[in-house]
Design a binder for this molecule. Structure first.
Ligand code: URA
Length: 240
């Protein structure tokens, strides 16, 4: 539980500088339960706080934990060069809060992308030591064979990698489709593994991280949602 003054609340939530947030309040643009906040000095309990700015409702979040269904042709990089960045799919104030993608998907990869402004969470989720499974559905250019599945399961040699990299699980879903579960997060890993096994990745979707599936979130491409604590708990290694 913590109480904050309203200008501080708006600032922490990414609505602008302290000065600008005070102006918003002075202009009568901020309300709680239909009552306009009269002074920026008003302090209020932040836990569960819902407030409105310009008649749009926002829930106070100390930290943001977000899942985005990433469409193709968006870049995860902070300084995108050829396509718009994924941050453009979120409300503008989230960028002010320094929300970042947790790991990266290639610009042409679709599916579940986590985003957060919680440094330790980002670090823990990205740590190779934690072995959090990531589930990918890959569409292949050439037909899938038993041999391809076996190769991906037993490990393939990627350039610059000291050891063979293997899928934790790999199963055929269709003539040109595979489900691949990886516990590492190397650069272009699925595409490079498929290429090293003699096939080619034509399309790639991340369908789950840990036990949290994109299907369970019901997000259309380009949509995002806040993650509840019980959903965050599913983003864990299998053995936890
Ligand atoms: N592996 C890839 O090759 N690309 C991604 O975007 C994710 C995993």
């Amino acid at each position: 539980m913590s109480k904050l003054s309203f200008d501080r609340i708006l600032q922490t939530q990414g609505f602008g500088t302290r000065k600008y947030c005070r102006e918003l309040i002075d202009d009568g643009e901020v309300s709680v339960n239909g009552e306009v906040i009269q002074s920026y000095k008003t302090t209020i309990e932040t836990d569960g706080l819902i407030f409105s700015i310009f008649d749009e409702e926002w829930t106070y979040h100390e930290h943001l934990y977000i899942a985005l269904n990433k469409p193709a042709n968006f870049e995860c990089s902070r300084k995108p060069s050829h396509h718009p960045g994924v941050l453009t799919l979120l409300p503008e104030q989230f960028s002010w809060r320094d929300v970042q993608p947790v790991g990266r998907l290639d610009h042409d990869t679709t599916g579940m992308l986590l985003m957060s402004d919680d440094g330790p969470f980002i670090h823990a989720q990205s740590s190779p030591k934690r072995h959090i499974p990531k589930v990918y559905v890959a569409t292949t250019a050439e037909p899938v064979s038993d041999e391809l599945v076996q190769q991906l399961l037993s490990g393939v040699q990627l350039h610059d990698e000291p050891e063979l990299l293997a899928a934790k699980i790999c199963r055929q879903l269709g003539t040109h489709q595979l489900e691949i579960i990886l516990e590492q997060g190397k650069y272009h890993q699925v595409k490079r593994m498929l290429a090293a096994a003699g096939n080619h990745c034509a399309a790639l979707n991340r369908s789950a991280i840990g036990q949290l599936t994109l299907d369970s979130l019901g997000l259309a491409e380009g949509e995002w949602c806040y993650l509840a604590p019980e959903q965050i708990a599913l983003l864990a290694p299998d053995n936890q």
